[in-house]
Design a protein around this ligand. Structure first.
Ligand code: MN3
Length: 332
């Protein structure tokens, strides 16, 4: 037991002495992004430039508490550290992100959630690209252009000088970067020389929207279920389940006692503001159908219509309700 403790202690110390940060492997070959980014540029960029940021960062944090921290936490608290940590910690974070948002896969697209957010904020993906390219083209000297999620969960485009990034507490515009484009000359000079705009036009065909979407989802707070998002729908669901399921067993008593309540709860769906995500013409049409069907059912109950007719109408109304739930899920 004592031997094991000693062994663990030795390994622990070795861990502390060993390099904390390491150069990530590229998820593709150096020539994978040809002809947009040439193999030689990729190799030098990754194996020399990024490797140097990692080595310099490890030297700068050696023996300090920062050696035990995550690269994200260092960047978030960058004002507490030296210029060497800022330049190289930023460089390591930025390049690790950059490699991940590039791909040889053709025509990747933002997922539904990110696409919706882009269209809401920037009208279209094309106008977003133009904004990012403008931010990148006008960044004087070396730096980065970014798409970020701001602290209030909106998308924004910005740029930073040198190896700074929007995660840093010193950044002018702060947020979680989900896409970053390196506009240092070392990222494009061999192929594009001084033509930064040509590099910026070309790079969009190798952007990995799957990864950007993944980063977007991770940066956003978890989504509420549709029932939490729309309490009135949940309330209606209670009445529907409480009447429809017994009717499947031939028991229409719950429907006969709750048909007026069902009308009120259906109307409540239109009276209260419909949550933004679900406020579409198609859902509103379906709600109108649901209210009309509830009223019809209530009238039939009051007229003491035959059970067969009530069952048929309730089943149809149950279908309308599930159509609405399905539409909500599509928009969620
Ligand atoms: Mn670079």
């Amino acid at each position: 037991m004592r031997k094991l403790t000693l062994l663990l202690l030795v390994f622990g110390l070795m861990g502390n002495l060993m390099a904390q940060f390491s150069l990530p492997q590229l998820p593709y070959a150096y020539n994978a992004l040809e002809p947009v980014i040439d193999a030689q540029t990729m190799e030098i960029h990754h194996s020399k430039h990024h490797a140097a940021y990692v080595n310099n960062l490890n030297n700068a944090v050696k023996g300090t508490p920062a050696a035990e921290m995550s690269i994200d936490d260092i960047n978030k608290n960058i004002s507490k550290y030296s210029t060497a940590v800022r330049n190289n910690g930023g460089g390591h974070f930025n390049h690790s992100l950059f490699w991940s948002v590039l791909t040889a896969e053709k025509n990747t697209m933002p997922n539904a959630g990110l696409k919706k957010a882009i269209e809401k904020q920037f009208i279209s993906i094309d106008s977003l690209k133009k904004l990012i390219n403008a931010a990148a083209a006008t960044r004087f000297g070396s730096g980065w252009a970014w798409l970020i999620v701001t602290p209030d969960n909106k998308l924004a485009v910005c740029s930073t000088p040198n190896q700074d990034n929007p995660l840093m507490d010193i950044a002018e515009i702060k947020g979680t970067p989900i896409l970053g484009i390196d506009v240092w000359e070392h990222a494009y000079y061999l192929k594009y020389q001084n033509k930064r705009p040509d590099y910026l036009t070309a790079i969009w065909s190798v952007i990995n929207w799957n990864e950007v979407s993944k980063r977007y989802d991770a940066a956003m707070p978890p989504k509420k279920s549709i029932w939490d998002q729309w309490p009135a729908l949940n309330t209606f669901h209670g009445v529907m389940a409480g009447t429809f399921h017994p009717s499947e067993e031939g028991n229409l008593k719950p429907l006969k006692t709750r048909s007026a309540e069902m009308v009120t709860k259906a109307q409540a769906l239109m009276v209260e503001a419909i949550p933004e995500d679900f406020s579409t013409p198609v859902i509103k049409d379906a709600l109108t159908k649901l209210i009309a069907g509830s009223k019809e059912l209530d009238t039939l109950v009051k007229k003491k219509s035959k059970d067969a007719i009530l069952t048929q109408k309730l089943t149809a109304l149950h279908d309308v309700f599930h159509e609405i739930v399905g539409l909500c899920k599509d928009n969620h």
